[in-house]
Design a protein around this ligand. Sequence first.
Ligand SMILES: O=P(O)(O)OC[C@@H](O)[C@@H](O)c1c[nH]c2ccccc12
Length: 267
Amino acid sequence: MSDILDKIVATKKIEIAADLKKISLANQRDQAEENNRNALLKPRGFIQSIERKIAAGKAGVITEIKKASPSKGILRENFQPAEIAQSYEKNGAACLSVLTDKDYFQGANAYLQAARAACNIPVLRKDFTIDPYQVYEARAIGADAVLLIVACLELNQMKELEACAHELGLDVLVEVHSAPELEQALELKTSLLGINNRNLKTFEVTLQTTLSLLSMVPTGITLVTESGIMNRADVQLMRDHQINAFLVGEAFMRANDPGAALSELFN
Ligand SMILES: O=P(O)(O)OC[C@@H](O)[C@@H](O)c1c[nH]c2ccccc12
């Protein structure tokens, strides 16, 4: 083949990929907008649901639905998202977090859809959001909030993704693990800030991460302590520091009855 023909074909492939991306983005946007008009799929107010629990003197617990994780492998063999969602709701969860990442967490969009349809509480799409396409997709599958992880985004990208989420009526949970990341997170509009106690590079978990960053969190921000909450002493330690919102996965996923485990941990 001639050089020029090679070049034209290579350019053509890029052009087609870009066109396909545009088409699927438009489809997701249409679906997202249709969902916003459908009473069953309207955003449920993720932040509001947490704040309501806290205002009532309770813990605002985001209960997670995840089958596996890169650090722990399979957490739950008998994995039924709809049943788990109902059990969480019945036992006082403020919100759900559902992993949709396939390759590392064995998640699926279908799990989020099944979980949300089975309950009335808001649902976070737990994934690694790096492109507006995923925000439209989140709304298209019925999510009420998306996660933005500061460690994998530039500030301008985060702002773009947040604006996109807010335009669609989605709430944003911004996640940090260090002081510089926390400073970046405060550049966003969202009032929901997660401190991940797990270091995503080493998988090491310590609740000291939350405690050490606490003084940097301004009033008006709802702080969620994420990962490694395993027992009542962990919960008490956090509550002793006026931390009232929690994201918990493993402790519930390993339990026979996740809702009963929620109730034992917090009631
Ligand atoms: O299972 P744990 O230790 O209770 O953690 C839940 C949640 O915090 C964790 O799954 C998580 C926090 N941030 C994430 C980002 C991506 C994937 C997963 C996560």
